[in-house]
Design a binder for this molecule. Sequence first.
Ligand code: ZN
Length: 416
Amino acid sequence: MELITILNRCHRFRGFVYQHAYFSADKKSIEVAVRPRKGSAAVCSRCHLPAPGYDQLAERRFEFIPLWGFLVFLLYTMRRVDCRRCGIVAVEEVPWGDGKRTLTKAYMLFLARWARRLSWKETAEAFRTSWDKVFDAVEHVVTFGLEHRVLGQIDAIGVDEIQYAKGHKYLTLVYQIDLDVTRLLWVGRERTIESFRGFFAVIGDELASKIVFVCSDMWEPYLKVIREKCSEALHILDRFHIVAKMNKALDEVRAGESRRIASEGGVPVLKKSRWLLLKREENLKTEQRFRIRDLLRYNLKTVRAYLLKEAFQQLWDYSSPAWAGKFLNDWCRQVMRSRIEPMKKIARSLREHRELILNYFRAQKLLSSGVVEGLNNKAKVTMRKSYGFRTFRCLELSLYHSLGKLPEPESTHEFF
Ligand SMILES: [Zn+2]
């Protein structure tokens, strides 16, 4: 079987023929000459309609999917058309390329699929191509996906912030968290009122007004935009965000106290206790349990903060908003007497957002809880994979690519 036969089977285009295939001089790649079929007119790249020929440009090389360890290039001399409809001389449109890039569409889709499983760097290495080309491939596929995705009705959204670089650089991520669809809808720079409003500009007022649930953390700019854009929706402070905040406060207490003990030359009892304290007690291994029991004997602020944090977990066991509210009041009152400032700060903020927290219990049966946390974890894994290239554009593309569930461009063949 000849290579041309295979190409005609998997990558055939009306109006073009594969002429012949040969090895390059160094025998490392296969080059396939492509020419227009006789009598078929070139297509104007502006209006996508056939137009009379004008002249020819230099030959271009389009990178195709590698075969048996050989790089494969399609060689084609682009024509220019004199398009009367557009009133210009334009380069023709070729069905295997996107007009900008040197990779064929088939190869871009192939690389982009691998770039979802591997890091971009690993993908480039595995297929002997460059990181920039993998970037191009993902950009091509994501751009197509965003242009062709169907938003439809959105019942529930979750908004989340994620830190992506040192120096407080944040992204705002908006997820759809309907019971049957969970996907990333939007990525924005920063975590400001302006950035979150950008999401609502994309979906439009019509869809926004139909949103029934919104999950968020206690970040004030988000709360403000939600009040403004989704005033009808039930706004819920997500459990995951509250737990995360609590852990942060506890960590602050521990770090402060640990420093104080060290500066006073005391016994460093808090050394290496960080993960011990942040883990839920039921998730500790036996020896860790002994260590924590040992730690609890000391009269430390950290210990008291830890006990408060553990006691707070009971909140999530309630199903009635009224009982949950009563528990919350009691817990906050106790904390306000504790003289542990980071914990008091949490209690004040919980009091302030009491109704939004209780909405969690009002909506419990209707939302799959933990979904925002799951998506947040996936987003973090995606960001780790693109480590080293933390520009906004790269992160935006890789996040949409991994979590957006975007439609993919059609392919002439399933190149698995
Ligand atoms: Zn035209």
